[in-house]
Design a protein around this ligand. Sequence first.
Ligand code: PGA
Length: 244
Amino acid sequence: MKLLIERNAQDLSSTAARLVARQVLTQPRSVLALPTGDTPRGMYEVLVGLEQRGLLDLSHVRAFNLDEYLDLPEDDPRSFRSYMVRHLWEQLAAPPADWFIPSSNPADEQGECAAYEEALCRTGGVDLAVLGIGPNGHIGFNEPGTPWALGMHVVTLAEATRHKEAARFGGLANVPRRGISMGIKTIMRCGRIVLLASGEGKAEILARALLGPVTTEVPASVLQLHPWLTVVVDQPAAGALTTP
Ligand code: PGA
């Protein structure tokens, strides 16, 4: 595992974007797994800047989002699909033809999971996955207790996850109760993984994930077993890693 501790969230975003850019420059048809959330927003901004200056071409990548809410219209501004369009795809002069995000409102949920997994399989596998970490240690929407053997699957969101999103949804009652997520099995098969964590609020869970026992109770801890993991954090998130 490689650990990069950046001064602040801005430097974290630049470093994360550099890792993605390097992957795409070396392999323009790369398959990427991409996160949503507050942490990666700056990374997307930097990537858009690189594209606008003609330094990066994302038009050939195949991108798969990690997860999505369920029981929400796809075009709801709070859906992860809307997030990706807003922060990345519509900002690019040449967005990729192939980007995939699970439907937030599929007619057949199991069919949606199978189709997503199959689309991923057809690419030959993810070259680089960028992950965030939830305050409860989730990666994607793999909440504590999720078995590692799952591929794409329907999840019941943990209350901690729903609470975190309550303000965005105008109250806890409006936060979806379910999601759809790439499973740990699929994540662990990604060739390279970059884990991002920003802010003091992530310090304790990050330390548990990286230094504690590998357990389904802290889903991100499974990443300790991944052969190519780079963790990019800012100083506040690294707080519990560096204090004696
Ligand atoms: P955040 O989300 O970047 O908004 O903190 C991370 C996550 O919950 O996976």
